[in-house]
Design a protein around this ligand. Sequence first.
Ligand code: TIU
Length: 241
Amino acid sequence: MPNQIPPPLTVPAEPYDFGFDVATTALVVIDMQRDFVEPGGFGELLGNDVSPLQQVIDPLGRVLAAAREAGMTVIHTREGHRSDLSDCPPAKLARGNLDVGIGDRGPNGRILVRGERGHDIVDELYPLPGEPIVDKPGKGSFYGTDLDAILHARGVRRLIVTGVTTEVCVHTTVREANDRGYEVLVLSDCVQSYFPEFHRVALAMISAQGGIFGWVTPSTYVLDALHSVHDSAADPVPALH
Ligand code: TIU
């Protein structure tokens, strides 16, 4: 076989085409946890209807499968805290004046506490062994975590970002990544918000001003690109005579 340098891939995006390859790009799946996506968790306690977030599961599942098949790095994040809450800032604990808040018991266990059922990722998108899970105390995936070290160790320079919620943990992560020199593509149908207007504007803010934070595109283009990697890898090797 000739050397295995992956082909450069290009997808249409706002504000212009985004180029990537599977070797230097990671799929980042942000906070697809029961506490945000299912009833009885932190999202609902904050007064939100969680059902819009469930729309992300199907398209994101397809991207996850294609990324795995193409051999791309896949990283999952979870927002949450130690069981003694020692890593939760008092300001975060107090925020919202909630009767039941972070660390309190809900239908899926203690809210946003590591090891509890609600804190974990939904079954449909569950990490495979070997896919790093980054537990983060805040909204951004870089703050207080080893995500940057993991990406550096793998030579990753570009991120394809998915998950919830668009204007909170996704946006904070995109901003953190941008300031650290990563090129970031956000998949518009694989991120969601409890607020349709915030979702729309948050995406517009990323690609405005020539891509001030990054690029935005629907997942179909990335699926096609990733499938082309897999298809070309599956091409029969000419027999040697
Ligand atoms: N409340 C809300 O929209 N989001 C969060 O608190 N965390 C994440 O976005 N993951």
